[in-house]
Write a protein that binds this ligand. Sequence first.
Ligand code: ZN
Length: 121
Amino acid sequence: MPVYEYRCSACDGLHRQTMTVGEYGALAEIPECRHCGVRLKRRFSFAAAEVLHEHWNHSLGGPVSDHRKFREGLRRKSDEMSARLGQDVNLQPIDASDPTTVGASPDAKEKRVGELRGSRS
Ligand SMILES: [Zn+2]
């Protein structure tokens, strides 16, 4: 399913909505910023809702085939680690399509794409 991204011109906040192309087409109007109430601007990106293919997950030490089982596994692993370490552990899945989860600025992707385009010409 495509991910639609919107940018708030007031607070620069990034909003993401996952919906079908049909749902997007049926939207009466562009949504407003949750924080400011300002009408958002569509931001075009290549992000798509992540499909989780079955794989061996090193964090869980076992196979993972869907998002729900992955979250359950992380919760179980968090509980195990909390008990073993005697402190609260709360493992969370990261959104790999979100550059901020790896410490990059929200516009890093666009900037890098611009650099790559520039270096080619
Ligand atoms: Zn805003």
